[in-house]
Design a protein around this ligand. Structure first.
Ligand SMILES: [Zn+2]
Ligand SMILES: [Zn+2]
Length: 535
């Protein structure tokens, strides 16, 4: 099946999950292994395409990597599990640090040294899952736990909760009086391939080759466990140091809030727990008031069946209405975009009629007619000005994969931003997670041009993009750039999730509502767009 899958990928030139759409279209017969079809469907639904995944093993992923590094033998791992209950590399790391590892039968000083050497490299070796796919797997489990009787709370932990663009360990922490029936239910989860590990307070399941762990710590310790497992390692280490200085202990807290209260700190949002400057900001009471989904009033980037989206304008508008938006923009691809379908000049005209009809049906929402126009090799745009003028807003983008020198790409962005009809630059680094790194450009200069010309820069929530990422978004707002947070959605049912991914990415960049265009009312958005056009 794998070979058939690889052949299919090559033959169809599949680069991302978006390209999977035609393959799983229910209206088109799929000739091939039905199991392969099912897997393609699963990847498409999860919103991320995973070309090759690691082989299976009956061990939690990081223990498997520790074993493969040669630092420990399987009997030693088994002994560590029996003596310490260690089921992850983090557990072994903690035991190493406080000297408990030495008491495990069969573990000598040499093994300790080998583990200490292997652990830091281990993180890099674990295959990471794109955030969109990780959320697709974890969310239903979190929701199931939250709805289960006896569960006080359930939260994702680790890099998943921090919203990192790729996730190492899929971990969920839940506080429950009696975990036994919950672990029993989870062990029969219909989507789980198999149970990798099960004990009184933990279960590890395999979902379509991704490992997911659920932990039920003692209720009195659950807050500490959630905080510790959420990380990052640098954040946890720095706060532990602060706790020692203050003579407080961070274990045995029932809630995460309590962990921060003991330190006399305000609650630090998970997305910024990087162990960098968030702790100083918390101590000085200058944490940002991060943007959240509730601040978002509309979505300025989405595709329909007029280009490579799956759904009609009507379906997208209805879904936006369902999300409670005050406005949205329909922004299909221009003729030369590397998309499976693109919008023609004639199509744009017909689209305008459809949108006019939608405006009548949904008078409470502002429906902008926009487009995502490619920036051509010479810096010109892929629609003539007389066509661009007919749109309410214009998104400009580069879709070139690689092999273009940074100076030329930057020149094309510069030219686009200086165009009075260009409202915003979408997915500026044009990365494709997890396969293609983004452009490495002189962002400081480009941000200066964005400010100078009144052009917005986007944080794109499509799971393959998450672009700008948190770090670049933080640089952008620090420079004074106004950003948008958009879904870049190609399917109605993903509008909500992709906006959430965009918001999470923005939060990682310390973005506040005041930095974001689409936290503002429609009239203000309209005025902002007009003010650049008048310049
Ligand atoms: Zn695009
Ligand atoms: Zn797009």
């Amino acid at each position: 099946m794998l070979r058939e899958g690889v052949a299919l990928v090559r033959a169809r030139g599949i680069q991302s999950d978006l390209d999977l759409g035609p393959l799983v279209d229910p209206g088109v017969a799929f000739t091939g292994d039905p199991l392969l079809h099912q897997r393609l469907q699963h990847m498409y639904d999860a919103g991320a395409w995973v070309l090759m995944e690691s082989a299976l093993a009956d061990l939690p992923a990081d223990l498997r990597w520790l074993f493969e590094s040669g630092a420990v033998t399987l009997p030693q791992l088994a002994a560590m599990y029996r003596a310490l209950g260690a089921t992850s590399a983090a557990d072994i790391g903690a035991a190493l640090e406080d000297g408990r590892l030495r008491d495990v039968p069969g573990v000598d000083e040499q093994t300790e040294k080998a583990i200490a050497t292997a652990l830091p490299a281990l993180r890099a070796a674990i295959p990471r899952i794109p955030l969109g796919r990780a959320i697709g797997i974890a969310d239903p489990i979190v929701a199931m736990l939250r709805g289960a009787p006896g569960v006080e709370w359930a939260m994702p932990a680790g890099s998943l909760r921090r919203g990192q663009d790729t996730v190492g360990d899929l971990e969920i922490v839940a506080s429950a009086a009696d975990p036994a029936p919950l672990i029993e239910t989870l062990s029969h989860h219909p989507d789980a391939g198999r149970v990798l590990h099960r004990s009184a307070r933990r279960i590890y399941l395999l979902f379509d080759r991704a490992q997911l762990g659920v932990r039920f710590p003692e209720r009195t310790d659950a807050g500490s466990a959630l905080w510790r497992l959420t990380g990052s390692v640098a954040h946890v280490t720095a706060l532990a140091r602060l706790a020692r200085q203050k003579g407080v202990e961070l274990e045995h807290a029932a809630s995460e809030e309590e962990v921060f209260e003991r330190l006399g700190l305000p609650f630090i949002p998970a997305e910024i727990r990087e162990g960098a400057d968030e702790i100083a900001a918390a101590r000085e009471d200058r944490l940002p008031m991060l943007v959240s989904r509730a601040h978002i009033r509309g979505d300025l980037h989405m595709h329909t069946s007029w280009s490579d989206g799956r759904d009609t304008i009507e379906a997208m508008v209805e879904a936006c209405h369902g999300l409670g938006y005050e406005y949205l923009a329909i922004t299909d691809h221009s003729p030369h975009a590397a998309a499976s379908r693109t919008l023609t000049v004639d199509g744009a005209r017909q689209q305008a009629d459809e949108i006019a009809a939608m405006r009548e049906r949904f008078p409470s929402m502002a429906i902008f007619h926009g487009c995502e126009v490619d920036i051509l090799a010479d810096g010109r745009l892929d629609f003539p000005d007389r066509v661009l003028e007919t749109f309410d807003l214009v998104l400009a983008s580069l879709h070139d994969a690689a092999g273009h020198d940074a100076a030329r790409l930057a020149q094309r962005y510069e030219a686009a931003m200086r165009h009075p009809l260009v409202t915003l630059i979408t997915h500026p680094t044009n990365r494709m997670l997890p396969y293609r790194k983004g452009y490495d450009l002189d962002w400081d200069t480009l941000f200066a041009t964005a400010i100078d010309t009144g052009t917005f820069v986007e944080i794109d929530g499509a799971p393959g993009h998450l672009d700008m990422d948190g770090a670049l978004a933080r640089r952008a707002i620090a420079a004074g750039v106004t950003v948008t947070i958009d879904s870049d959605c190609h399917r109605a049912e993903m509008l909500g999730r992709q906006m959430e991914l965009g918001v999470t990415t923005a939060r990682r960049g310390w973005v506040e509502p005041k930095h974001v265009v689409n936290t503002r009312p429609a009239a203000e958005v309209r005025a902002l767009i007009r003010s650049k056009r008048r310049k």
